[in-house]
Design a protein around this ligand. Structure first.
Ligand code: 13P
Length: 253
C-alpha cells in the first residue's frame, strides 16, 4: 500500500460482443461509483469500445484499448491507430504477454507503441513479466527489468504511464504469484523506473500486479508497499467479482 491512488483495470481480452460489453460496462460504472478512491479502467475489445465508452460516460470509469498500432495510418490491414481511438479510449494496453508470445511483438515494437500512444495523449498500460522457464532458472528479476527498460526505449511521458507486472505463468492459470513474489519484482521495476525517469517520477508511477487476481486474493497484493493495484483478466468479465475487487481495494486504502 502506498500514497499512490490505486488502480483496478479489467482486461476483457477477446470476450464480449458490443451488447454484452455495454451491459458489463454499465454494471461496473454503477457499482464503482461508491469507491471514488480507486481508479477503475475497463479494456474491452476494439469492437466494443464505443458501446463501453457510452455506457460509462458521466462516471469516473475510464476505457482502455487492448492494443494499438505504432503506425499512423495506411496499408496495415487489421490494425488500429491511435487517432482511431480518439474519443473512445484514454488508455491502451501495450506489450501484453499474449501479444508478445502469440503475435511476436518485440520489446522494440512495444516501445514504439508506447511512444506513439503517449504522443497522442493516451496513457499506456505497459505489461512485462517472465515466463515459467525464466522464473525457474532464477533469472526473473534481470529478465523483467531488461524487458521494462527495452519496452520504454525512447519513452519520456513519465507522468502518464501505468506498468503491469504479469508473470506469464500466473495468467489464466488460477495460480497467482505470491504477494511476496509480486512485491519483489514490482520493487525492482520501480528501481528500474527510477534509473530511467528519476526517483520522483518513479515514485509516482502506479505499478499493478496481474495474473489470476480475484476478490479473494486481491487484499495481500494491495497491502504490499509497491503494488498499486491489479490488471484483472478472467475476473473482470464477472461484474460482481470485479466490483468486489474494487471494493476490497477501496477498503484497504
Ligand atoms: P487472468 O486474471 O485471467 O489471469 O489474466 C490476467 C491478465 O492477463 C490481465 O491482463
Amino acid at each position: 500500500m502506498s500514497s499512490r491512488k490505486p488502480v483496478i483495470a479489467g482486461n476483457w481480452k477477446m470476450n464480449t460482443t458490443p451488447a454484452e460489453g455495454r451491459e458489463l460496462a454499465a454494471a461496473i460504472a454503477a457499482g464503482s461509483k461508491n469507491h471514488p478512491g480507486v481508479e477503475v479502467i475497463i479494456c474491452p475489445p476494439f469492437t466494443g469500445l464505443a458501446q463501453a465508452a457510452d455506457a460509462v460516460s458521466g462516471s469516473a470509469v475510464e476505457v482502455g484499448a487492448q492494443n494499438v498500432s505504432s503506425e499512423e495510418s495506411g496499408a496495415f490491414t487489421g490494425e488500429v491507430s491511435v487517432s482511431m481511438l480518439a474519443g473512445l479510449a484514454t488508455h491502451v494496453i501495450v506489450g501484453h504477454s499474449e501479444r508478445r508470445a502469440m503475435y511476436c511483438e518485440t520489446d522494440e515494437a512495444v516501445a514504439a507503441k508506447a511512444v506513439t500512444a503517449h504522443a497522442t495523449g493516451l496513457t499506456p498500460i505497459l505489461c512485462v513479466g517472465e515466463d515459467l522457464e525464466t522464473r525457474k532458472s532464477g533469472d526473473a528479476v534481470a529478465a523483467v527489468r531488461g524487458q521494462l527498460r527495452a519496452s520504454l526505449d525512447g519513452y519520456t511521458g513519465w507522468g502518464s504511464l501505468l506498468v503491469a507486472y504479469e508473470p506469464v505463468w500466473a495468467i489464466g492459470t488460477g495460480a497467482a504469484a505470491s504477494p511476496q513474489q509480486a512485491q519483489e519484482i514490482v520493487g525492482e521495476l520501480r528501481q528500474e523506473l527510477s534509473s530511467l525517469a528519476g526517483a520522483d517520477a518513479a515514485e509516482a508511477i502506479r505499478i499493478l500486479y496481474g495474473g489470476s487476481v480475484n476478490a479473494t486474493n486481491i487484499g495481500p497484493f494491495i497491502d504490499r508497499p509497491d503494488v498499486d493495484g491489479a490488471l484483472v483478466g478472467g475476473a473482470s468479465l464477472k461484474p460482481d467479482e470485479f466490483l468486489r475487487i474494487v471494493e476490497m481495494t477501496a477498503r484497504l486504502y
